[in-house]
Design a protein around this ligand. Structure first.
Ligand code: SAM
Length: 447
């Protein structure tokens, strides 16, 4: 068998795509290898969301150019968002690359690789194509927790974001195709799925007849063997009362919600074209907490969007103080080619972005630590997923609220079990706990 090495940058969707590509190539007798030096085919799955992600890819392609000098027979491919956005620049800056293909061409990867190998010429494919549900997996890819892409693309056109260009318009997979994939994952030992989409809560509106994420939750919930359902990323604009009710009512859907705010300033939200105000966002947070009182909330924030003043930034700080998130991802605004914000006036200097980034992280870490501290003494349900990192004699897993828990397990506890533990210590990145015989009232409730 020939050897394939895949290097993945970026989001969970890219991880999912890399695995599908490895699965399709397995059918063509390519076996995955961790060692780049052994590979006959190297694929770099790329991310274009921020400039830093792109810099990493070009630096990796530089390394691979040196490898190709030593081993001219190796085939190098670039796939994913940068392939779609920068195919010309990749050809210019990385002439050693033999194959460039975007996300819509993933289903054709075997044919594209065969063409490179056969013709000995560079192949480019960044064309659109029909949405195909690919379920091929590489050997040994059975997982306790798996991602399942339920839709592609985004039509929100936030002025900072390149995703509508790199991943195209919104297209949903059918509920039947997704359920079939989940059943296949369960047959391989999967217990938890994370349903993925760039705007996952817009799921289904493009299908005939239209459907929605709440209906998909019900269908996945009915799959025997699945213990937990997560989903990401939601957009506040599409967050409906029906979805909030489904998060409350569908038993396997976890009490964990990622809802990007981006900014707490109405002026900046409008310039971003986010489609909601600070007040509307807070109303949604209140609705979520009213429905699921101890829901774990996380968000994405951008600092230094063009024109962001100290007052705008203060509004973001005030909003995060009001919400008290369990987890926050802060990004410094990065101008993206072809997006409206890239050419807006009043771009914010790098040092101001860095300073706001630090202040925001300080405030959000304080809030997250305070939220964590409340876990002390609670009984929580844990999906056991392996040995504890720092102590192989202990087991580790995650709560429904997605916190890591380490604990000395009862004899007979196995990976994949759901167990109840009582939290005895709250650490910055994990919880310590002891098993409890009978589940008491659990906050991250197993219903
Ligand atoms: N589709 C989701 C939404 O809009 O709510 C988010 C998906 S995006 C892959 C993840 C995060 O990257 C965004 O929520 C945003 O905070 C950040 N991001 C996107 N474009 C950015 C840019 N040009 N500069 C800095 N951060 C950016």
């Amino acid at each position: 068998m020939a050897k394939l090495h895949v290097i993945t940058y970026g989001c969970q969707m890219n991880e999912y795509d890399s695995e599908r590509v490895a699965g399709l190539l397995r059918e063509q007798r390519y076996e995955l290898t961790d060692a780049v030096a052994d590979a006959d085919l190297i694929l770099v799955n790329t991310c274009a969301i921020r400039e830093k992600a792109e810099d990493k890819v070009f630096s990796k392609l530089g390394e691979l150019a040196r490898l190709k000098q030593q081993r001219p027979g190796v085939t190098i491919g670039v796939m994913g968002c940068m392939a779609q956005l920068h195919k010309d620049e990749i050809q210019r800056r990385a002439p050693q690359v033999d194959l460039v293909f975007g996300s819509p061409a993933i289903a054709r990867v075997a044919e594209l690789v065969a063409r490179v190998r056969h013709d000995g010429r560079r192949v480019l494919d960044t064309s659109e194509g029909p949405l195909v549900k690919i379920t091929a997996k590489p050997r040994g890819a059975s997982r306790l927790k798996a991602y399942v892409t339920v839709m592609e693309g985004c039509e929100k056109h936030c002025t900072f974001c390149v995703v509508p260009t790199t991943r195209g318009r919104e297209r949903s997979h059918t509920i039947e195709a997704i359920v079939a994939e989940v059943r296949g994952l369960v047959a391989d030992g999967c217990r938890e799925v994370t349903l993925l989409g760039q705007t996952v809560n817009a799921y289904g509106r493009d299908l005939t007849p239209p459907t929605d994420l709440a209906a998909l939750f019900e269908a996945v919930d009915a799959v025997d063997g699945i213990a937990r359902i997560r989903f990401t990323t939601s957009n506040p604009y599409n967050l409906t009362p029906r979805l909030i009710a489904a998060v409350r009512d569908v038993p396997k859907v976890c009490e964990w919600f990622h809802l990007p705010l981006q900014s707490g300033s109405d002026r900046i939200l409008a310039a971003m074209n986010r489609g909601y105000t600070r007040a509307r966002y807070l109303e949604l947070i209140d609705d979520l907490r009213a429905a699921v009182p101890d829901i774990s909330l996380s968000t994405d924030l951008i600092v230094g969007f063009p024109g962001e003043t100290e007052d705008d930034f203060a509004a973001t700080l005030a909003t995060v103080e009001r919400v008290q998130y369990d987890n926050v991802f802060v990004f410094r605004y990065s101008p993206r080619p072809g997006t409206p914000a890239a050419t807006m006036p009043d771009q914010v200097p790098a040092e101001v972005k860095a300073e706001r980034n630090a202040r925001l992280l300080e405030a959000t870490t304080r809030a997250a630590n305070a939220r964590s501290a409340r876990r002390l003494g609670e009984t929580v349900e844990v999906l056991v997923d392996g040995a504890a990192k720092k102590n192989a004699g202990e087991l580790a897993g995650r709560t429904r609220c997605n916190r890591v828990v380490n604990f000395a397990a009862e004899p007979g506890t196995r990976i994949g079990d759901l167990v109840h533990v009582r939290v005895t210590e709250v650490l910055p990145h994990s919880l310590r706990a002891v098993p409890v015989a009978t589940p008491e009232e659990a906050v991250c409730l197993s219903r």
